[in-house]
Design a protein. Sequence first.
Lengths: 446, 314
Amino acid sequence: MFNLIRNESEKVFRKYSTYVLIGLMALFLFGVQWLIKASSGGGDYRWYPDEASLSEEIMFYESQGMEEEARVWKFYRDNLLDSQVPADSWRLEALRISYAGGDESEIRETEAMARTGNWQGYYQRMVRQIQENSEYTEQDKEMMSYPYRYLLEHQLDPDDRPWQWDVAMQYQSNVGTVMALQKLEASGNLTDSAELEKARADAEVARYRLENDVEYVAVKGEYGYRYPRGVWDAVDSTSSIILILSSVFLLIIAGGCVSREFSSGTIKFLLINPVKRQKIFWSKYLMMLALSAVTLIAGFLLNLGAAVLIQGGQGLQATYLFFDGSAVREGSVLLICAGQYFAGAVSAIVMMSLSFMISSVLRSSAVAIGISITCLLVGSMVVEFMAELQIDWGRYLIFANTGLAEIMQGNSKFAHQSLGFALIVLALHMAAFLWIARDGFVKKEV
Amino acid sequence: METAIRLEHVNKHLGKKQVLKDLSFETYIGEVFGFLGPNGAGKTTTIKLLVGLLSMEEGNISICGKDITGEFETAMAYVGGIVENPEMYGYMTGRQNLCQYARMRKGVTQERIDEVVSLVGLSNRINEKVSKYSLGMRQRLGLAQCMLHHPKVLILDEPTNGLDPAGIRQLRDILKHLAHQEGTCVFVSSHMMSEMELMCDRVGIIVDGRLAEVKTLQEMMTERRGDSVVYRYHAENPRLLMNAARQMELQAEPGGEEMVEVQIPSGQEKQVLWELNRTLAENNIVFYSAAPVESKKLEDAFMELTGKEGEQIV
Ligand SMILES: Nc1ncnc2c1ncn2[C@@H]1O[C@H](COP(=O)(O)OP(=O)(O)OP(=O)(O)O)[C@@H](O)[C@H]1O
Ligand SMILES: [Mg+2]
């Protein structure tokens, strides 16, 4: 059996066309990675409006009766625009708060701080105000003042936009959400306790990042995992392309695997040996499985390699952070990313098997490749359409179940599609494919 | 004699057509068996059944005593063969093709591959891609491939197709050697009668899916020998020679320029020839050569058996 499989793989790798396909795939992969790098720009999101648009904005706020907002922008136009302060600076936020509720002396103090860029002063005042507020418990005070104390302690000027500032602001907003939801909970009006859990987890993770100085993290978001800028984001956003490329590669090879033997007449050479047809069939399929595994793994590693190379290794050291209910834990981003990729890779293997089956039954590689590529491209669209139209039996179709990664996260196309259901449907389809293919191969007269 | 291939009442339909009709025969270890028949008679179909490319429908086939449906793997281990054209993987070299084959068989070493390659005269070209081979080279490679594992039964479908005269002669020698010295049963299908006559020990003739005759070549010859053998004389003056022969009550006909064909009664050839030649010498009738006309017995037998059917494909 080993010899048979070796023969089959030799048939694949002695052909030049195989290497042409691999070369094209690699080229495409590097191209996509390079495009991602080129389109992401420098990552500087500061915003500098021009004077004309500012005046327009001010007029708009005035016409809407939003005096305070208009005043913030007026101050910005008159005092800060020339000194190259971006419009999303902490200063505007500080002014907004003071204009809304501060007395005359506080407003004057804030304006002075904004003019001179005295962020320490502003943050110290924030901490003081939180401490003096008697509505808060000690614990609330600690949490609310933490981001300001952190920035002060580490001397992180928000105008420099250190990553810690972003995380601190996230933390601050998460803490705000948690407190608001807790208030609702206390009054018995909280409808969705998951929301509170989520806000609390987000806050814990943000705080963990600040305390442990973790810049690059992957976290679990509402719609799948979110990866940090740089390598992992690039890997994640290209992995679906890699999967499609690998699928196409595999189904081209699988489509020729049996039918080419017939079209070239070598099937006689193959079947004249003291080996049952069954065995030859399985050796072909096992070779395809092994090839699929190698292709998919190599695809992932190559993609990772290309991303590291092109992104200059940015964020490679990232960790996956998650809150398990009592503490924040670290996990491996590689595992998470690879897990998602390989959950998606199941569909590549299903498509490969489909192509293999058609090739074995109809003996035409063109038909096999054509049908399976069409399925690959429109299959999920058709299923989505059926889900839209509420045609419920669509859930039994293979393409409703190939997106294992989404199904695991509960984002299946049909409602209540569990992972177990998907796996069973896939297994049944695969069994049917193989049975039909085997039957076609073993019974047919040459 | 040890039976190599045994067919018993084999029937086979392809599509709606019944291609083989109650076909039964045996071949033995140590002989070259010629399987003759006009186009479309069912030779290739029989061979495909023998090697398991087609499924059995009715009847039994066994190879060296092993039933090919019941003990497929054992039976096939005895067999080597080429069906129709020798198709190989064109993108591999000759040697890589042979290695592919060797891996599906037991006990084929690299030395054996080298040996067989030089036997079929491909040593110089074996590392070239098969897609660059000529038809005859592919035929030779096919022969090498099916001999690799010392098969007890060698089945060849029109192996002379595409071979040059040297190749045909080599093939003949190889096949005879395999059959007579190494105890192989060689089963060759063909419609090249002259070739078969030189190669085979026994022939079977199949017409329209039915076996018309199975005989040794000897039997086939004597049966159709008739009463006389024709000798062709190359004479200075054919008319004189013809008259002389006729005076000895031999039948003589002009056989082309300066040629006379004389019928010598069989059984007493030596005596009659000696007398005729002496008479010619005594009468100063000059002749340069005298030779028996090349035998076409097998072809005649073939034409007779296939009859008119041979002219239209059935
Ligand atoms: N796949 C098929 N379907 C239907 N009929 C077929 C098929 N293959 C062969 N035949 C018919 O079976 C008959 C025998 O064919 P076969 O190939 O055995 O002939 P053959 O003796 O090898 O002829 P040749 O000397 O031309 O090679 C032919 O009449 C042919 O038309
Ligand atoms: Mg034939």
